[in-house]
Write a protein that binds this ligand. Structure first.
Ligand code: SF4
Length: 146
């Protein structure tokens, strides 16, 4: 999403004008108050140089966060933020993988599958892990978009 969202103007330490480089949509975003210290940690860009400028990874709870969640651009409200999108058999969004391995889903079946088959995977290499997860999803009827 770093190729989509460009910081056009820095208005303060926590307020930015964001330009969607594809649609031209402009949004003023403000870093959520409870994520301001997380926002200062820019280490995510060492591993994910093309990550959205507002995405951060919290190593404490091992989750990634949109630090401007309350004021995030419209496209994010419509489609969410993802690295891998998981679709069900009807082609509808069933879940997302954000950052390296953060799983987000409101789909009970997919969540159960994840807990039973993906969580126990012991694969330290991120690429191999993703290939194994993709196989599991496809074998159970899901499809993925990257
Ligand atoms: S949801 Fe937040 S982190 Fe994700 S692309 Fe949108 S602004 Fe960036």
């Amino acid at each position: 999403m770093g190729q989509v969202h460009e910081i056009k103007e820095t208005r303060s330490d926590v307020e930015f004008l964001v330009n969607n480089q594809y649609t031209g949509e402009k949004t003023v975003v403000v870093v959520d108050q409870d994520k301001q210290s997380l926002f200062l940690d820019k280490s995510i860009f060492r591993e994910q140089p093309e990550a959205c400028p507002f995405l951060r990874y919290n190593p404490v709870d091992r989750k990634s966060y949109c630090t401007v969640h309350r004021t995030r651009p419209e496209i994010c409200r419509d489609y969410g933020c993802w690295r891998v999108l998981i679709l069900n058999t009807a082609g509808l969004r069933a879940g997302r993988i954000m950052y390296q391995r953060t799983f987000v889903s409101e789909d009970a079946d997919l969540t159960r599958l994840w807990m039973e088959c993906v969580d126990p995977l012991d694969e330290p290499d991120d690429k191999l892990w993703e290939a194994r997860v993709t196989r599991i999803l496809i074998n159970t009827g899901y499809s993925v978009r990257k």
